[in-house]
Design a protein around this ligand. Structure first.
Ligand code: TRP
Ligand code: CA
Ligand code: ZN
Length: 329
């Protein structure tokens, strides 16, 4: 039974409540109420800036893994397992409790990697995730090395800040998304119902560094109730950066779908795949009208050259701000 809204849960025991908190986290410390003399000692810390150089270094590692393993990081191929091992080793070194969940798809073993930050109320879990597998055609650096690398660096930032959040934070790197959302569906379908009911929201990050980027926030329309709050929390950092966003109806095209089917509020960010950037979008976002957001979508050219660093940086910072808001840093 959900008795509290996401932000109410995040704000429990701290000074800030509701939309005020989302705004203050997107602003410099000078306007943060936690910095006023009346603030409690355990003040809310602002989300850190996520260093884009670190995110790109993870992408370089994923590219090397693909190059050394037949050019891809696909389900059932050695490049997938090596990708899991890379992410897991860094999380373990940073103090996460990691779990490898295996499943079978197409006659091959696949893996989901789960990482929990071992502090905060385990009855109020915020999840953030994305798929770690590529298609067989290429290394999958934008799809979805980008989301995978950003999630890893946000997780490492939680550790660097030694965060003691109000809520529990759990990350997921899903296997076999490209075979039909297999890993995330397996995870949700095999969660005991008591564990499922503890998840207050799921945030999905699949393709967030597209070379001709749009700035899309998953629309809450038609999604479980509570999703509108996630839509707002994910849009707020872009508003603070002065970057306009559009809502996108994501339907069932990524790993949020299984969570939504289970009635869990969902949200996410996306910079575009095979769709074409309009001239109105090129006016407000830059880039090239009449061209795909990602011309290398599901192709061999989805390499480290297929990344817009500005888009990846903005999205990484937005993930951190949303996560800090929702867990009550
Ligand atoms: N999930 C798709 C893939 O990995 C990409 C994609 C297309 C997508 N449309 C989307 C992801 C909308 C998130 C939202 O190939
Ligand atoms: Ca940054
Ligand atoms: Zn993808």
């Amino acid at each position: 039974m959900r008795t509290r809204t996401l932000l109410a849960a995040a704000a429990a025991g701290v000074l800030l409540v509701g939309p005020v908190q989302a705004t203050s986290l997107a602003e410099p410390a000078a306007t943060n109420p936690a910095a006023t003399p009346s603030a409690p000692v355990s003040a809310v810390l602002a989300a850190p800036d996520i260093p884009i150089a670190n995110v790109r270094a993870h992408l370089t590692q994923l590219q090397t893994i693909a190059t050394n393993n037949g050019g891809n990081r696909a389900h059932g191929r050695p490049g997938y397992r090596a990708s899991v091992d890379y992410i897991r080793a860094r999380l373990d070194a940073a103090g996460y409790t990691t779990t490898l969940q295996s499943f079978t798809s197409g006659g091959a073993t696949g893996y989901n990697l789960l990482a929990e930050w071992p502090r905060g109320d385990a009855n109020n879990v915020i999840m953030a995730g994305g798929h770690l597998d590529s298609v067989t055609a290429g290394p999958g650096i934008n799809d979805n090395g980008s989301g995978s690398a950003a999630l890893l660096e946000v997780a490492l930032a939680v550790s660097r800040q030694n965060l003691t959040p109000t809520n529990r934070l759990r990350f997921g790197w899903w296997g076999a998304e490209e075979r039909g959302l297999v890993g995330s569906t397996y995870y949700v379908n095999n969660l005991p119902s008591a564990d499922r009911s503890r998840i207050r929201g799921y945030l999905n990050f699949d393709m967030i560094g597209s070379p001709n980027p749009g700035y899309f926030v998953y629309s809450a329309s038609g999604q479980p109730s509570g999703s509108a709050e996630l839509q707002r929390v994910l849009a707020a950092p872009f508003a603070a950066m002065g970057v306009p966003t559009e809502l996108t109806s994501v339907g069932g095209r990524s790993d949020h779908a299984a969570f939504a089917r289970a009635g869990i509020p969902i949200g996410g960010l996306f910079t575009g795949a095979e769709g074409t950037k309009t001239s109105a979008q090129a006016q407000k976002w830059g880039g090239t009208a009449g061209q795909a957001y990602d011309r290398c979508y599901h192709a061999s050219c989805d390499t480290t050259s297929n990344i817009n660093a500005t888009a990846l940086d903005r999205n990484s910072d937005a993930i951190a701000q949303a996560v800090w808001t929702l867990v009550g840093g």
